[in-house]
Write a protein that binds this ligand. Structure first.
Ligand code: C2E
Ligand code: MG
Ligand code: MG
Length: 557
């Protein structure tokens, strides 16, 4: 059969034009695009077989797709071409002809070959576009949408005038590095994905969850779903292993923003949820924070503190206050903790207001060294004057971890003032990540080697306490004051943990000191448990240097 050239070029033009607009291999418009050529060549069926790899091809483990079908039966004769994509996938294109039709001529076969190559090229372009879209809008690791997509999606909803129906949240999975340590990284990723999938399982098309990076995510959802999202973040059970089925409860700290109708830019939404989440993670007792006017003020205040800090430290606005530590058996002061107070414009600012903010940058490190240096200056002065001196503990933020010079910097300050090492103690808090654990280990061993004692501060409120206790040679365990609190609804549980922590530490040869002792009943309780070192308002609040000096002077009497 001779093909009519005019008809052929019209059919080819039509095919090329329509294929241009087709967004996926399995799009139904392929049937329409192939319509004229199909009829011209008497194609009964055109199909595509796709194999991920040549091995899948050998095992016939692939997917088939009908590209064109004209409904004619008995398709015995066919023409087939095998192709390999740049990514190593194998694709077959097969064109069938009805049995009762004259066989394709060589010229027709040649044209069919060209047609097949053209379809393959179109499909290649679709795959490339898909890959580009995947690289741009998806997280490569979890294969869920990324931040770029999140911003684009919110921009589209703003353009449609529907943004007032939605809320957004930036969330961070709580203690996820500890989860990774417990179950391994690969399993950790599965758990992370499962937590995200469960969240989005009840979402409609416009609601999304995207990964920012690491264990940080953002979500955009209908305001009517707020309770559902908050419930999910407050703790969701995830099954770790299908065989033994242990379960982990995963929770998240989140910053929310109820988006107003007049919101103009997706990036503004991003700014609000990141600020709120930052506060939820670092500065708030609650694990969720809503962006509102009050929060806006807090963000401003935090900026003001960060801006004021360099000048404040230059002008020595920070002062060391000393809170004595007591031996309640011997009734005497056995040490003190150096606590920072900031005097600015005639008011005293407590550390709770500025330390968490300074911890968001490395500014806290400068403050810690300043405090250590001022403590050393005071001790040097007392030693010179003949005032009795006790061991002073200095707090060191975990922001120092990772600083390879930390140990040397501490020693340089202490040695600059020729302070005997036994007068200094360093208080460190718990840590959850592998990296900081290694740093902590290096620092604790290093200090111990130099005769500087180390205390683990706020013990029991963190996460990896027992591990930390077993693996590092701490001198002192500072038990957090929350263990002294009475639980009115569970009187029999009161202080059970406190009792066991004290017993355990003593058995391990670590001395205990209990923070936040405020009542004679608590003193009685501690004596009953043979814990004799305390620090608390019942004995003394943190004292200005001159008041503390007079306490020290009394020691000689
Ligand atoms: P911390 O190291 O656990 O210090 C003990 C905190 O408990 C102090 O609060 C102290 O005043 C308070 N406290 C002591 N006894 C009692 C009590 O009987 N009842 C109650 N309710 N509280 C008591 P402060 O001075 O406000 O310091 C808070 C936190 O700020 C410190 O907790 C420490 O984590 C941090 N901090 C203070 N100064 C520094 C510093 O120079 N560097 C670093 N990195 N952190 C510091
Ligand atoms: Mg402390
Ligand atoms: Mg403490």
């Amino acid at each position: 059969m001779k093909i009519n050239t005019d008809e052929y070029s019209i059919a080819i033009d039509d095919f090329l034009l329509r294929m241009e607009a087709i967004p996926s291999e399995n799009h139904p418009d392929t049937q329409i695009a192939l319509d004229k050529l199909g009829r011209l060549f008497h194609i009964a069926l055109a199909k595509l077989d796709f194999y991920e790899t040549p091995l899948d091809e050998r095992q016939k483990n692939g997917n088939s797709l009908i590209l064109y079908r004209n409904g004619e039966p008995d398709m015995t004769r066919f023409f087939q071409q095998r192709e390999m994509t740049g990514a190593g996938n194998v694709v077959y294109y097969t064109f069938y002809q009805p049995a009762d039709c004259a066989a394709w001529t060589n010229e027709e076969l040649e044209k069919l070959r060209v047609l097949e190559k053209t379809i393959f090229a179109f499909h290649g372009r679709i795959r490339t576009m898909r890959l580009a879209e995947f690289m741009t809008f998806y997280d490569q690791d979890l294969k869920i949408h990324n931040l770029t997509y999140f911003i684009k999606h919110m921009g589209q909803i703003i353009a449609q005038g529907r943004i007032g129906d939605f809320a957004a949240a930036f969330f961070n999975l709580t203690h996820f590095s500890a989860v990774n340590q417990q179950v391994g990284r690969e399993r950790g990723t599965e758990i992370m994905l499962s937590f995200i999938q469960q969240l989005s399982s009840d979402f409609c098309e416009d609601e999304i969850v995207c990964r920012v990076g690491g264990d940080n995510f953002v979500t955009f959802f209908l305001k009517s779903h707020l309770n559902y999202v908050m419930d999910h973040f407050s703790g969701t059970e995830i099954t770790v292993d299908d065989i033994t089925r242990p379960r982990l409860v995963i929770s998240a700290a989140a910053g929310y923003y109820m988006i107003p109708e007049d919101c103009k830019a997706a990036t503004d939404i991003m700014d609000c949820i990141s600020a709120a989440s930052n506060i939820a993670r670092n500065l708030s007792k609650e694990s969720f924070v809503f962006y509102d006017e009050q929060l806006k003020q807090r963000v401003n205040e935090s900026k003001i503190i960060q801006d004021l800090f360099p000048e404040a430290i230059r002008k020595q606005e920070f002062q060391v206050y000393y809170q004595p530590k007591y031996d309640i058996k011997e009734n005497k002061v056995i040490g003190a903790e150096a606590l920072c107070r900031w005097f600015h414009d005639g008011t005293m600012i407590m550390p709770g207001r500025f330390i968490p903010i300074l911890e968001q940058s490395k500014a806290i490190c400068a403050l810690d060294f300043y405090m250590l240096e001022h403590v050393c200056m005071d001790i040097q002065k007392w030693l010179k004057e003949g005032t009795p001196v006790v061991k002073v503990s200095v707090n060191l933020s975990r922001c120092h971890f990772g600083d390879m010079n930390l140990l040397q910097d501490i020693l340089d300050i202490i040695d600059k003032y020729r302070i005997p090492h036994e007068y200094i103690e360093i208080e460190l808090t718990e840590t959850t990540t592998d990296v900081s654990f290694r740093d902590l280990k290096r620092i604790v061993y290093g200090l111990q080697k130099q005769g500087i004692s180390t205390a683990i501060d706020d013990f029991g409120i963190g996460y990896s306490s027992l591990n930390l206790l077993r693996e590092l040679p701490w001198d002192i365990l500072k038990i957090d004051r929350s263990f002294l609190a009475e639980k009115p609804d569970a009187p029999e549980q009161n202080h059970v943990m406190l009792k066991h922590i004290i017993a355990m530490a003593q058995e391990m040869g670590i001395r205990c000191i209990v923070e936040g002792v405020e009542s004679p009943d608590q003193v009685r309780l501690l004596k009953e448990n043979k814990c004799y070192y305390v620090q608390g308002f019942l004995f003394d609040k943190p004292l200005a240097r001159d008041v503390f000096e007079s306490r020290l002077s009394q020691l000689s009497n």
